[in-house]
Design a protein around this ligand. Structure first.
Ligand code: HEC
Ligand code: HEC
Length: 350
């Protein structure tokens, strides 16, 4: 073993000398382009392959820049930052946001986005890299070109990070659109690194921690036909990344048309993207419009409140064509206990 090490040391020492002398004799004709070191994205065991972007590869400085911008009101003229609505203590979300078009929407969390390939409750955004462009509009950041360029280029750190991450020498020389795109790229690089896989449930799977009998009862209900949550919220991500009508409404108008707003298909009325249930304890209230204040309310909804409409998912009818679970009080409590094992507080420091 030692011998092999020695040999390796000699060979690599020799290679180093060679490289060094080569370098001295023939300096490269051109400077290499300013490409930063790739970011080493660690994928937790059992997770699927992430959706990464060819046009926006992750680099160390890109991620660092994105994290700073995400938390900084510098991009807006009204003191708002991404983190005003996507707050770390709520798994990077906020209870609800009312919009000028009359929609009241539960702010989506930022968690394991690298494993999603369609975004927003109603699936309106297919490209994560460009999704933040909408946030510069008057209703959210009310950004403007002169203000943004002046503040960013006068900042002690941002110009050097834009240079290191994207090779940009002068922020003022970029068009407004190009600058906003680079900002979006940096932020979405950071978003892709926000991976949560250290909940009590993960530690239970890794045999590092046990679940209580109540949590285990809830887990059984969740992953079997009795509670039947796993069809839409299963797998390591606790979502099937699909669109379903789980029966929250019986009349559809405005935002609760859901996926239909994106596809215009009648068969998509009332369908929403199955949200991940990781960190669900931290993101109350629940559903696309935040109609349920607590997890107990959600479980009671699945137990007895499912509305039967044309597009209701067939899974909701599993039990002898009845859209009610008929769980006992103890079973309902157990389900809530299990959902709380999906909380990962280490993730909140990302
Ligand atoms: C005023 C509140 C607000 C601010 C500020 C805000 N967002 Fe959001 N964000 C939302 C809401 C609400 C949704 C859900 C929208 C929907 O479903 O149609 C959302 C959804 C998202 C999603 C989709 C998540 C998913 O799982 O599909 C991403 C990504 C996102 N925001 C990124 C950002 C970034 C980056 C910024 C800063 C540039 C930002 N947001 C600023 C309210 C906000
Ligand atoms: C047919 C697919 C389907 C099944 C089965 C299902 N869900 Fe859901 N779930 C959804 C969809 C879709 C939403 C979002 C609906 C909305 O926002 O209106 C949702 C939302 C939720 C939410 C709120 C998430 C949030 O971020 O606000 C919780 C909690 C939840 N489900 C738990 C469960 C539990 C527990 C079960 C089993 C008893 C279950 N679900 C069964 C599809 C399903």
């Amino acid at each position: 073993m030692q011998k092999i090490f020695l040999k390796l040391a000699v060979i690599s020492g020799f290679a180093f000398l060679l490289a060094f002398s080569n370098c001295k004799k023939t300096p490269p004709a051109e400077q290499p382009p300013a490409v930063d070191k790739p970011y080493n994205l660690v994928i937790p065991a059992g997770f699927p392959k992430p959706y990464l972007s060819d046009k926006n590869p992750l680099t160390e400085k890109g991620v660092q820049l994105g994290r700073m911008l995400y938390n900084d009101p510098i991009l807006s003229t009204n003191g708002t930052s991404c983190s005003s609505c996507h707050r770390s203590q709520n798994s990077f979300s906020k209870p609800i946001q009312k919009f000028n078009n009359g929609y009241t929407i539960s702010v989506m969390p930022h968690i394991n986005l690298a494993f999603k390939n369609i975004y927003n409750w109603e699936g309106s955004a297919p490209d994560l890299d460009l999704l933040p462009l909408g946030d510069f509009e008057p209703e959210i950041f009310n950004s403007n070109e002169a203000d943004m360029k002046a503040k960013l280029s006068a900042h002690p750190i941002y110009p050097s990070l834009f240079k290191a991450a994207f090779g940009i020498d002068n922020l003022n020389a970029l068009s407004y659109m190009d600058l906003k795109i680079k900002i979006s790229y940096a932020i979405t690089q950071y978003l892709r690194t926000m991976i949560s896989a250290n909940s009590k449930y993960d530690r239970y799977l890794a045999k590092k921690e046990d679940l209580t009998p109540m949590e285990k009862m809830g887990m059984q209900l969740f992953f079997t036909e009795k509670g039947d949550c796993f069809h839409c919220h299963g797998g390591p991500l606790f979502t099937d990344n699909g669109f379903h009508n789980n029966g929250v409404d019986s009349v559809f108008t405005g935002f609760n048309l859901g996926y239909n707003l994106t596809t215009k298909q009648a068969t998509d009325i009332g369908k929403f993207h199955s949200p991940t249930l990781r960190n669900i304890e931290l993101t109350a209230p629940y559903m696309h419009d935040g109609r349920f204040a607590t997890l107990e309310d959600v479980v009671e909804f699945y137990n007895s409140g499912v509305n039967n409409t044309k597009t209701l998912d067939a899974i909701m009818f599993k039990r002898k064509n009845v859209n009610a679970l008929n769980l006992s009080d103890i079973e309902k409590t157990a389900l809530v206990h299990f959902l709380k094992t999906l909380t990962d507080t280490s993730f909140l420091k990302m």
